[in-house]
Design a protein around this ligand. Structure first.
Ligand SMILES: [Zn+2]
Ligand SMILES: [Zn+2]
Length: 379
């Protein structure tokens, strides 16, 4: 118990309103909360934290504060036990606001504010599991059902998850008499520590179950059917409820998360719900207009009209051939970029036709002039 002045500890003046005291305490608690301290400074933080908490407990209570104002520390110590000092003070809402649980008081102070530490003896939810699943563009587009194999901890069937060999019983831990905690005196506080003998369980297994070696759980390979909805993307997380690790003490199972990995596609690229592809067209088709076939995720091919005079790299949109939007906003689009192919290995009569075409347009395409152009370019 501190003998420093409570007002000084909280850095407030004698006439301060309760709100100001609370504000100051919150600020200091943030600074000295043991959960925020570096490991080597934890002890120091704990001491500081106890001191400010004691000051706050007294100054935030009208009666205790009046007593303290009149008689100083003696007035408090004569009237209240160390436990009574903290009784009635509103720490819970402050820690909730700050994002800390009230569990720190169970660790630091006697009297057990809230039962958060006791909860480790009750049912506990099992851990979540993650499975990475690689699927193709087509599977992601259409949705698919897959069977995956996972290994997970399940409740041992021989001992019903108790860990004690069938026919034997757990005994009450003699070290903590079943409470799971050992009280340790530290100044005027009693610090409750988790019992080492039973790891806070309050009970001890004398004859461990052979099948699970007393763990109450066994690893089992399971095949699980998962439905992949249409539209999933690379990095999508799908939750399969209750297919994770078994809980402890009949606690609920954890969940299984499927992490989607989308394989690269040789034709398509994806951007959210839209897909992109590049399709070659002949230069005659680009000039005169044509109809080409375009691959999609859904049918093998669709026909697409290319108007006369289409430049290379022009992008056409085919609506509704992208991926389904997972939030139900219909489907994305497919963007088709056409790339004009330059013919190679022409036979003499094809060449002749092209030269005739050049002549008709007045283009000088003779071999000499090409040679000159190349020369110029490299000068
Ligand atoms: Zn077992
Ligand atoms: Zn124990």
């Amino acid at each position: 118990m501190t003998n420093r002045d409570y007002y000084e500890i909280l850095g407030v003046s004698k006439g301060s309103e309760v709100e100001e005291i609370k504000k100051s305490y919150r600020k200091l608690a943030m600074k000295y909360h043991p959960d925020r301290a570096e490991p080597e400074k934890r002890k120091e933080s704990e001491e500081k934290f106890k001191e400010i908490s004691e000051a706050y407990a007294v100054l935030s209570d009208d009666n205790k504060r009046a007593q303290y104002d009149r008689f100083g520390h003696a007035g408090i110590n004569n009237q209240y036990s160390s436990e009574d000092i903290f009784k009635g003070a509103d720490f819970g809402s402050i820690f909730e606001e700050m994002g800390f649980g009230g569990g720190i008081f169970d660790e630091l102070f006697s009297g057990g504010r809230g039962g958060s530490r006791r909860s480790q003896r009750g049912p506990r939810r099992g851990a979540d599991l993650e499975y990475q699943l690689e699927i193709s563009f087509e599977e992601a587009a259409l949705g698919i059902e897959k069977t995956i194999s996972i290994r997970r901890g399940e409740s041992c069937s021989d001992c019903n998850g108790e860990g004690a060999a069938p026919g034997t019983k757990k005994i009450t831990c003699p070290a903590c008499k079943g409470s799971g905690q050992i009280g340790q005196s530290a100044g005027f506080f009693t610090i409750a520590r988790t019992c080492d003998s039973c790891h806070g369980q309050g009970q001890i297994i004398t004859t461990p179950c052979k099948k699970c070696q007393g763990r109450g759980k066994v690893s089992i390979d399971r095949k699980i059917n998962v439905k992949i909805p249409a539209g999933v993307d690379n990095g999508s997380h799908l939750r399969v409820r209750s297919e994770g690790e078994a809980g402890d003490k009949n606690g609920p199972n954890g969940d299984l998360y499927i992490l989607i990995r989308l394989k690269k596609h040789e034709t398509f690229e994806r951007n959210n719900a839209d897909i992109y592809c590049t399709v070659p067209i002949s230069f005659v088709g680009a000039v005169l207009g044509t109809e080409i076939e375009v691959p999609t995720l859904y049918e093998s091919k669709i026909k697409m009209k290319i108007p006369a005079g289409t430049p290379s790299e022009k992008i056409f949109r085919v609506s509704g051939k992208g991926f389904s939007d997972l939030r139900g906003h219909g489907k994305g689009d497919q963007f088709v970029k056409v790339r004009v192919q330059v013919p190679t290995n022409l036979n003499p009569s094809q060449k002749k036709s092209l030269l005739e075409y050049a002549k008709l347009t007045g283009e000088d395409i003779s071999n000499e002039s090409i040679a000159q152009k190349i020369k110029k370019a490299f000068k």
